[in-house]
Every structure is written in C-alpha cells, then in structure tokens.
Design a protein around this ligand. Structure first.
Ligand SMILES: [Zn+2]
Length: 360
C-alpha cells in the first residue's frame, strides 16, 4: 500500500494511519482525517479507494499541524474583529450623536463577517462533526434583525459557536451586545433619515408658502394701485348738503378746522372726471346738491348769496387748478357759473322725471 497523499510506498514509511477498516477505538479519528483531507486538500478518499485508504504519519502530521494553525488563525481573527467592532461602535455612536451627517451603520459590519465554524477536534464525536458540517453549509450572513438579537436563535443559526466554556459564553454575550449596538445604530440612522425627509417636506412647504406670500403681496400692491385705500372721512358730515343752513355751518368750520379740511381735500382729490368741466361739476355736486344750489347765485343778490363767498368753493377751485394745469381761472369760473345758473333747470328736469315715473 502507498500513502494516499504523498504516494510513498508503505514499505519505506515507518507507520501509517488507516482511514477506514480501523479498530473501534480509531474509527472516529480515521473518518475525521478523511474529512480534513477532503476539506483542505480537496481529495475525496472513500473506503473502497483504488489507490489507497491510508496515509503516512508524516502527511498525517502535516495535516494535523495545518488544522491547528488554521484554528489558531481563526481564533485570533475573531478576537481582532470583536475589538475592531467595539472601537467602531464607539466611534459610530459618538459620530451619530455629535454630527448631523448620517453614517451608514452597515459599514461597521465587515463584509467578511461570516464567522466560520470551528473545525471539530480530533476527539470530537462523529455525530457532532456531521452536524457541524451541516451548520457550516447553512452558514448565512448575519442579518441585524430583532430575532437574531436573541442569543439562542443566533446560536441555532450557527452564527455563534455554541461553546459551553466560560470564554465562549462571554464571547457570545459580547457579540450579542455588539449586535444590539449595531441594531441601535441602525434604528438611529433610520430615524435620522426620517427626520431629514420631514425637514425636507417642511422646507418645501415653507418655500411654497413664502412664494405664495410674495405673490399675494405683489397682488395686494397691484390692487392698491388700482383702488386707492378708503381714506378717513370721519370728520366730514353726510354730503351733499340739501339745507343751506347746514352747509353754512360746515363751511364755517372748514376754514377753521385743519383736520376736517384735510379730509375734505383728499375726498375731492379722489374724485375722477375726464376733464376740468366734468371734474368741477362733480366736485360741486358732491358737496352742494342741485336743490341747494338753486338758492345760490354766481354774483350774489340780496336774497341769494354768491357761491364764490364760500370757503368750500375756494378749496374745490384750488384743487381743480392743481389737477388741470392748463385750465385758466376764467375757464373754471365759467363752468361754475353755468353750473349754478342751470341748477334750477336740473331740479326741474329731475322733478319731471319723478312725476313721469309716478304717473306710469
Ligand atoms: Zn504520505
């Protein structure tokens, strides 16, 4: 027989390790060696292997040594990972609290963090070894979900080695805490994204409201130009006057009381009128009714006073002159004279219209 691995003749080698056909005591070890050969060297040795079902002690030594070496490296890497994670978790927590810039929690988990199963020891029971192999096959990447936070479920899924010794238990707890940290960080991250999206929504709302406000202000400004605001007329009596006595009292006050005069002037200024004559007629009519104007004259008689005597009339004339710069005083006077003279005719026409309306 030859060594299945180095292919040296058994005659030239001191002793051999039989993989199968062993005594009961060595049967487990033999099968375990076959498993390791398959695992590390990718050579599948079966019990009816045509080449050989044994290996030399030298090859066996190499295999055992390599297995030990591999386990040692794995253990060291695991320690490194948990130390690294602890530092990372601390940093991430500090960063998250200190700054508003979100960090991706996922990156604290190294990509290669699919913890491999500890390979079973030589003395390990064969049934457990098969079970472990199954676990290794089902080894899945770690998902940070609440169900995984449970130590038992994590162990069940083969994420953590189910070591019963104290060190193993501590490591499991440590990992559990780290997972909880990571989960917490993920939740914080999610919340931050949520807050950020809300901030964005609010920001957009504020922007659109501001735009609307600006548009409204603009609109109001435009409206103000078209319709001058209602001015204060609180000091003025109801006009036009129908009673000459009331008008005389008002006219007396208007030359004495500044505030009242200001209100009257602004009222007259706001009157329209396509030209000077129409403005003058409208202005006089808004203060002196035609019915009252019948009792006035242009030049004045012992019975009927002249319109020119009154302060109110002078105010109207002044405003007209500032409004229509091209109109001469003679023009303005002529319009006023006609207005006063024809007051009687206008009242007569109005009465006729009323009578006609009543007769119908
Ligand atoms: Zn060999």
């Amino acid at each position: 027989m030859i060594c299945r691995l180095c292919l040296k003749d058994s005659a030239s080698i001191a002793s051999v390790v039989k993989l199968f056909h062993n005594s009961d005591l060595n049967i487990i070890e033999g099968l375990e060696v076959a498993r390791l050969i398959k695992k590390y060297l990718e050579i599948e040795v079966t019990h009816d292997d045509v080449i050989s079902t044994m290996i030399c002690t030298e090859c066996h030594g190499h295999l055992k040594e390599f297995h030990k070496f591999r386990r040692n490296v794995e253990e060291r890497q695991c320690t490194l990972r948990s130390d690294f994670l602890q530092i990372q978790v601390k940093e991430e927590t500090t960063n998250l609290i200190a700054s508003n810039n979100g960090n991706d929690c996922d990156r604290i988990i190294p990509d290669t963090w699919g913890m491999e199963e500890d390979a079973p020891d030589y003395q390990m029971d064969i049934a457990k070894s098969e079970l472990d192999e199954e676990k290794a096959e089902n080894d899945q990447p770690i998902f940070l979900q609440t169900s995984d936070m449970n130590t038992n479920s994590a162990v069940d899924k083969g994420i953590f080695p189910n070591d019963n010794d104290l060190t193993g238990a501590l490591k499991t707890n440590e990992m559990d805490t780290l997972l909880q940290y990571a989960q917490l960080l993920k939740e914080i991250h999610k919340l931050k994204i949520d807050i950020r999206s809300r901030d964005e929504t609010n920001q957009n709302l504020i922007i659109s409201l501001t735009e609307e406000l600006v548009a409204l202000r603009h609109e109001v400004k435009k409206q103000k130009v078209v319709f001058p605001p209602e001015e204060d007329t609180s000091l003025l009596p109801p006009m036009p006057f129908y009673s000459f006595e009331d008008f005389k009292i008002f006219d007396g006050k208007i030359s004495l009381e500044d505030d009242m005069r200001v209100q009257l002037k602004s009222l007259i200024l706001r009157l329209g009128g396509k030209d000077m004559p129409s403005f003058m007629k409208m202005a006089i009519k808004s203060i002196i009714s035609d019915e009252m104007a019948v009792g006035l004259t242009w030049r004045g008689t012992p019975e009927k006073p002249s319109i020119q005597e009154f302060a109110t009339f002078k105010i109207i004339k002044d405003i007209c002159q500032t409004k229509y710069k091209n109109a001469t005083i003679a023009d303005i006077n002529r319009v006023c004279q006609q207005h006063v003279v024809h007051a009687k005719d206008r009242v007569g026409k109005k009465l006729k219209k009323k009578e006609m309306a009543l007769s119908i």
